[in-house]
Design a protein around this ligand. Structure first.
Ligand code: ADP
Ligand code: MG
Ligand code: ZN
Length: 525
């Protein structure tokens, strides 16, 4: 990373808030869903009406513990809820129920990729449980309050200041999000705010061990913006120090239009949250068995999967990355490997998924959903997210799942190529038809598709001999040239024979027969 003065280095610590994918809110039974009519998902508890009392949502606790275990935190068998007091119109109680001393988990780490095949261990201070606030909607001179989000379960994950560059911060966020999404703990949606991050940042002279004064950039809502905000802030702090100034500890907002950070509130107005233990909730007590059960429910994480694909199946780094990017695809690949049971080289299966299946699905989906792609792309574009990612995400959300039931067919198609019943091109056509059939809700076996589209490969010697003889007759001049030594023409004859059989000839057989004839001609037989 290049800064305006490279004798400085950056120190970054992230506080990530993720909503938990529960059916109901943290302390009441209101539904936990996004995008409904304002104030339609509220009750006396989340409206803070006098006399109402909170009840802990145990599913939220389970998800928080699962997240904590996945990022190697120690689970604290006894933890406490606390009131974090502050005044804001989106917080009806006047305090947020959170955890302060004695959080549900502490002392973990996350391994991230920092480029050139290198990894780095980022320590995590804690993960604790809390509730979300409502939302303010500003329109002209008016502001409106929507309390649907008030009381949504949150996990806050606080890293140690171990990140040294904006790129590392982004890598950490991505790794964390991947894990939480894989385990169905979070939907990981930064744009909708269900996964968000406050970035703490300071700079110091390289070699210094003492931490500099930090600022905190609040609620940055995309990976790109996190990097941009940090980069701007690092340079701003360095410049300040170079000019003999001092960094003041303050809270900043990132303005995505100007690409700059702006002061939100200074230390003078810094909050004293007057934390104290929540008197309406007893301590949260978790036993060994509960923790062990959750531990056992944690499936293979993307990083482990990636490493296993490379180690056990000798897949390339890139292929392993693509296959594990979405858990639906990875799960499908795992199942195919199971069905395969050693019959076909696993690399071939991976290739078919990456280079044919996913690609074809993407093309088809983008064509069918042109308007939606444009619409989403415009939205995403404000966050500089590439179109490729839009298509991937939308596709996976809407289409991939439907195909999962077709994985036996997909495998059968690969086996038919292996056995020579159809050729690669035929395989592609089977695949397109399978994708079409999902859309049209048409059920057709692979055999039926092969029959309907007449894809069976022509391998019988006699038939191919006749075809090739015919090709020779029609291309006398080229044949003479080939015999005379113009070897380049060999491919031309293969192509002509394939054309005659409408692409269904077994190319290996065609090559054999052609070779035999040319050799015979050459040796004068
Ligand atoms: P608070 O709760 O007031 O925000 P914490 O001490 O819990 O403060 O720190 C919050 C985050 O700030 C953590 O992720 C931590 O790693 C990071 N942090 C603390 N000090 C620094 C610093 N000097 N520079 C960069 N990040 C820091
Ligand atoms: Mg903070
Ligand atoms: Zn409620």
């Amino acid at each position: 990373m290049e800064y305006i003065d490279n004798s400085f280095e950056a120190v970054i610590g992230l506080e990530v808030h993720t909503q938990l994918l529960t059916a109901t809110k943290m302390f009441c039974s209101c539904p936990n869903v996004f995008g409904k009519e304002p104030n339609s998902l509220v009750c006396p508890v989340c409206l803070a009406l006098p006399g109402s009392l909170p009840v802990i949502n145990f599913n939220a606790v389970k998800l928080a513990v699962k997240a904590a275990l996945a990022i190697n935190l120690n689970i604290n068998k006894k933890s406490l809820f606390a009131r974090k007091n502050y005044f804001y119109p989106d917080l009806p109680k006047g305090y947020q129920i959170s955890q302060f001393q004695d959080p549900v988990s502490s002392n973990g780490y996350l391994i991230i990729n920092i480029g050139e095949g290198k990894e780095k261990k980022i320590r995590i201070n804690r993960l604790h449980i809390e509730e979300d606030a409502g939302k303010l909607i500003h329109a002209g001179y008016n502001s409106f309050v929507d309390l649907n989000r008030a009381g949504t379960p949150l996990a806050e994950i606080v890293s140690e200041p171990d990140l040294s560059s904006p790129a590392e911060a982004a890598a950490y966020l991505k790794e964390l999000r991947d894990i939480l999404v894989y385990l169905d703990i979070s939907d990981g949606n930064m744009e909708e705010g269900s996964f968000r991050c406050d970035a703490n940042i300071s700079v110091r002279k390289k070699g210094d061990t003492k931490l500099g004064t930090r600022t905190e950039v609040k609620n940055v809502n995309s990976f790109k913006f996190v990097e941009k905000a940090l980069e701007y802030e690092i340079n701003r702090q360095i410049e300040l120090l170079l000019n003999g100034g001092k960094v003041i500890q303050e809270t900043l907002l990132f303005n995505s239009k100007t690409g700059k950070t702006e002061s939100m509130r200074g230390k003078e107005e810094a909050h004293d949250y007057r934390y104290f233990e929540e008197p309406d909730l007893s301590p949260l007590i978790l036993d060994e068995k509960f923790i062990a059960e959750i531990k056992n429910s944690i499936t293979e994480l993307p990083r482990t999967k990636r490493e296993r694909y490379i180690r056990e199946y000798a897949l390339s780094e890139y292929d392993a990355e693509v296959l594990t990017q979405y858990k639906e695809v990875a799960n499908d690949f795992d199942k195919l490997v199971d069905i395969n049971n050693g019959k076909v080289d696993i690399k071939k299966i991976a290739n078919w998924i990456i280079n044919e299946w996913m690609l074809e699905l993407k093309k088809k989906w983008a064509a069918d959903n042109h308007e939606r792609v444009i619409e989403r792309a415009v939205e995403y574009n404000e966050n500089s997210i590439p179109i490729e990612k839009v298509i991937n995400e939308e596709l996976i959300k809407f289409e991939m799942e439907k195909l999962i039931g077709k994985r036996e067919y997909f495998f059968e198609m690969i086996m038919k190529i292996e056995s020579g019943e159809i050729n690669r091109n035929g395989g592609r056509l089977v695949l397109y038809q399978l994708i079409e059939n999902v859309k049209r809700r048409k059920n057709q076996t692979v055999d039926e598709i092969i029959r309907d589209l007449n894809l069976a490969q022509v391998s019988d010697e006699k038939g191919l001999e006749d075809t090739i003889k015919q090709v020779f007759e029609e291309n006398q001049k080229e044949l003479e040239d080939l015999i005379g030594g113009k070897d380049k023409l060999f491919g031309f004859f293969v192509g002509e024979a394939m054309k005659k059989t409408k692409g269904k000839a077994n190319p290996k057989k065609v090559n054999e027969i052609l070779n035999k004839h040319i050799e015979n001609y050459k040796s004068g037989k």
